[in-house]
Design a protein around this ligand. Structure first.
Ligand code: ADP
Ligand code: MG
Ligand code: ZN
Length: 505
């Protein structure tokens, strides 16, 4: 069933309704082996080469819990200010779909390992930065499912496909799921709050070292719940947009869903409880499965696994391994870099905090690190609809570019072309410079030869300059810049030209 509704402009939607959000984030942990067996978790292997009787659910196989996954979940829970259960169990979530060979997924149900926490996020508003406390309902462990590929159809979905392929390499990889309590009161900032929350969650995972969170490999996926209510009235019915897998898409999914639901409600309709699919290309979602009748997963405690009962000593020991809390870290970096709230927030909003930090650590001054990441590189990432990390530009490459700019071998314009080349996969900084012939022409004799050629081509202009009309020099400088394909320093060309003609400025 596909229903399409008109949408109304965002500001009109917000004038009439208050949005409520709920974010369910799944992250693949960076453990070497799977959740309940010793199969490797490396990405990109041939299909069905990283499987064993346990993760294929063969009769008689017995699962064993991965200690590192439990440890990572507790550390994440502690970093999110959660309580840690003294005793909890895994549960079987039963369903019949071939992405799980066992016909159930091992998850946690009413006994999550961590619960009742919060994360403070900051968003930039017209009146400066504003903090929101996002409350965390639960952090629990589960196993990922296999990957289905529906072949032969136009859309890649099962409808219209000729056949489907299954790859169980991903089945059984440890996931943690982080579920927020309903987030109300953000109003027009709701899309930004959602994005800021997922960005900060991602940065926290990386800081903890529990996952490297490669979004382009699908290792972080977000289900975005949205509902609208008239001010002062009870919360409305929510929709759940599934598997939103980039920071930018989280923001867009909230934005477009507010516009869609407002149009439904203002035209006298009713929002139905359903799952929706977000489409990167259009920035809109389409209707998926109706959830009016809650599915019955027949959850029951997993009989093959022992309960998890972390001792209080262990939990305190793990608390001791936590990195600096994110808000403390942000305050420290802002002070170290000596920049304004606004400039700092620009970095955070671009999702570039960790990248700028790494680039400064690599030896680049903070102003240049900020300039590249929040300027040119953010522009390219937005154009391509990808995350900054996916561009493949490293802090060491920025350092190298800055060295070449400092020696005068590159100027700003050429440096941008170097990044273009790196992103196009043409190699590192020096390779791109060599292959594209990008270097400022600073050799005086080469510049003088170009100047002489231009003077010869435009003798009338040369005469004017000799006669004292210094303004005419622009035409010759322009020709030289053209001849050197923009790779000369214009001020230097001008100085050499005037000297050549014996004219004073
Ligand atoms: P489900 O299994 O249906 O996905 P969960 O409890 O796992 O349910 O997650 C529901 C998410 O939706 C949570 O983040 C919750 O805070 C949020 N939520 C609950 N009620 C609303 C509402 N009225 N509007 C928006 N989000 C909501
Ligand atoms: Mg859900
Ligand atoms: Zn296995």
């Amino acid at each position: 069933m596909t229903t399409t509704h008109d949408t109304i402009p965002f500001h009109e939607a917000i004038a009439a309704f208050d949005p409520v959000l709920g974010l369910e984030t799944h992250v693949e942990l960076g453990t070497a082996s799977k959740m309940f067996c010793s199969c490797p978790t490396a990405f990109g292997a041939d299909a069905n080469t990283q499987v064993c009787p346990v993760c294929l659910g063969l009769p008689g196989s017995m699962p064993v819990v991965n200690r590192t996954a439990v440890e990572s979940t507790i550390r994440m829970g502690l970093a999110l200010n959660c309580q840690t259960a003294e005793w909890c169990r895994f549960a079987r979530k039963n369903y019949f779909y071939p992405d799980m060979p066992k016909d159930y997924q091992v998850s946690q149900y009413d006994e999550p390992l961590c619960f009742n926490g919060w994360l403070d996020v900051t968003v930039e508003t017209e009146d400066g930065p504003r903090d929101f406390r996002v409350e965390i309902e639960r952090v629990h462990m589960e196993e990922d499912t296999g990957k289905l590929t529906h072949a032969g159809g136009a859309t890649g979905r099962i409808h219209g496909a000729d056949y489907s392929l299954v790859d169980y390499n991903r089945a059984g990889i440890p996931l943690i799921e982080i579920v927020t309590k309903p987030i109300a009161g953000a109003g027009a900032l709701a899309p930004l709050v959602a994005r800021a929350y997922v960005t900060q969650l991602r940065d926290l995972m990386r800081a903890l070292g529990v996952s490297d969170v490669r979004m382009e490999e699908g290792s972080l996926r977000c289900d975005v719940n949205v509902s609208l209510a008239r001010p002062g009235e009870p919360w409305g019915t929510r929709s759940e947009t599934k598997n939103v897998n980039s920071l930018r898409s989280v923001e867009r999914a909230v934005h477009s869903e507010i516009e869609r639901q407002a149009a439904v409600l203002l035209s006298g309709g009713r929002v139905i409880q359903e799952t929706r699919h977000f489409h990167e290309d259009t920035g809109r979602s389409t209707s998926g499965r109706s959830k009016e009748q809650a599915e019955d997963y027949r959850y029951f405690p997993e009989p093959d696994l022992v309960p998890v009962a972390p001792s209080r000593e262990w939990v305190e020991e793990l608390r001791g391994t936590l990195p600096e809390p994110p808000s403390v870290k942000r305050a420290r970096l802002r002070a170290e870099w000596g920049i304004s709230d606004h400039d700092f927030q620009t970095i955070v909003n671009a999702g570039a905090l960790a990248l700028v930090e790494d680039t400064v650590a690599a030896g680049v001054d903070q102003a240049s690190a900020r300039k590249w990441w929040t300027g040119e590189l953010t522009r390219i990432a937005n154009d391509r609809g990808v995350e900054l990390e996916s561009l493949g530009v490293t802090p060491a490459q920025i350092l190298r570019v800055e060295e070449l700019v400092a020696t005068g071998a590159l100027n700003d314009k050429l440096a941008r072309q170097v990044f273009d080349g790196i992103i196009a996969g043409e190699g590192g900084v020096d390779e791109v410079v060599a292959a594209r012939g990008l270097a400022v022409v600073s050799d005086d004799s080469a510049l003088l030869a170009a100047i002489d050629a231009a003077l010869e081509e435009q003798p009338d202009v040369a005469e004017k300059i000799r006669g004292g009309k210094v303004q005419a020099a622009g035409a010759i400088v322009g020709s030289v810049m053209k001849a050197t394909r923009g790779q000369a320093d214009a001020a230097k060309v001008r100085a050499l030209l005037l000297e050549r003609l014996g004219v004073q400025e």
